[in-house]
Write a protein that binds this ligand. Structure first.
Ligand SMILES: Nc1ncnc2c1ncn2[C@@H]1O[C@H](COP(=O)(O)OP(=O)(O)OP(=O)(O)O)[C@@H](O)[C@H]1O
Ligand SMILES: [Mg+2]
Length: 227
């Protein structure tokens, strides 16, 4: 299985990718990680953190589907971190050709919502996902869920943006997203996770909830399915 972690621009994507991989590992899944972002921060995190759960393969390749994907062990949960979709659409397009599940990281703020829905340049991510169907064996785009992160628990913004995403904006004219009920909190311990040890309570609980929701919704088979 391949889970792709996507975002239009800096949103907390690498943080989510690494801590999701760690949560999957603790839940009993065999995991592997791929860094398809040219900044290679996930790979650097793995080198620095002694408890990072697996090797990270550098895979920032525009021919990801042809050169990286075939060499993966599909008896594991493979997780790939991608870079800015608006700046590296070639890599993201190639990842979308082969991903089984896409997790979009999005922060509940106006600039980040605007970059998702109306990017200054390039195609909106929803369009990239939709058009990927043409290149996939199934002919359909990958199942995609949106994960709100950097959520302030005392703010109404996460709920406001979740509704905008679910409903396709205020008038329903924009693409509609399947928004997870799990939210990653705005939290200093998570903010400093990249490059640091994973084994901290505040770096575990939200991602355990994410794995549970993915399982409960049938988006992730149980660990016994994998070798
Ligand atoms: N849950 C969180 N709470 C607070 N800050 C966070 C959280 N998650 C990430 N951040 C902060 O957001 C910034 C971006 O995080 P990260 O590097 O994971 O994002 P990215 O989307 O991978 O960015 P890049 O564009 O560099 O690939 C960092 O400064 C990080 O500290
Ligand atoms: Mg990153």
């Amino acid at each position: 299985m391949l889970i792709a972690s996507l975002k239009p621009r800096t949103m907390g994507g690498t943080t989510n990718t690494g801590l999701l991989t760690y949560a999957l590992h603790r839940a009993g899944y065999p995991v592997a990680a791929y860094d398809a972002d040219e900044s290679l921060q996930l790979a650097a995190w793995q080198r620095k953190a002694p408890d990072f759960p697996c090797e990270v393969v550098e895979a920032d390749h525009p021919a990801f589907a042809e050169t990286v994907y075939p060499g993966m062990d599909h008896g594991r949960v493979n997780v790939v971190d991608t870079g800015h979709a608006e700046n590296h659409p070639d890599i993201v397009d190639s990842v979308l050709e082969v991903a089984d599940l896409v997790i979009l990281t999005i922060s509940p703020t106006e600039p980040d919502y605007n970059r998702l829905t109306k990017p200054e340049r390039g195609a909106p991510l929803a369009k990239m996902i939709k058009r990927s169907g043409a290149l996939r064996d199934s002919g359909r785009p990958p199942v995609t869920v949106a994960l709100l992160n950097r959520c302030n628990a005392s703010s109404s913004k996460p709920t406001e943006y979740a509704e905008l995403l679910r409903n396709g904006g205020t008038d329903g004219a924009l693409p509609k997203w399947d928004v997870l009920s799990t939210r990653i909190p705005l939290h200093v311990g998570i903010a400093n996770a990249v490059g640091s040890p994973c084994d901290r309570r505040d770096r575990k609980a939200p991602y355990d909830a994410l794995v549970t929701e993915l399982r409960d919704r049938g988006l992730l088979p149980g660990p016994e399915t994998f070798r």
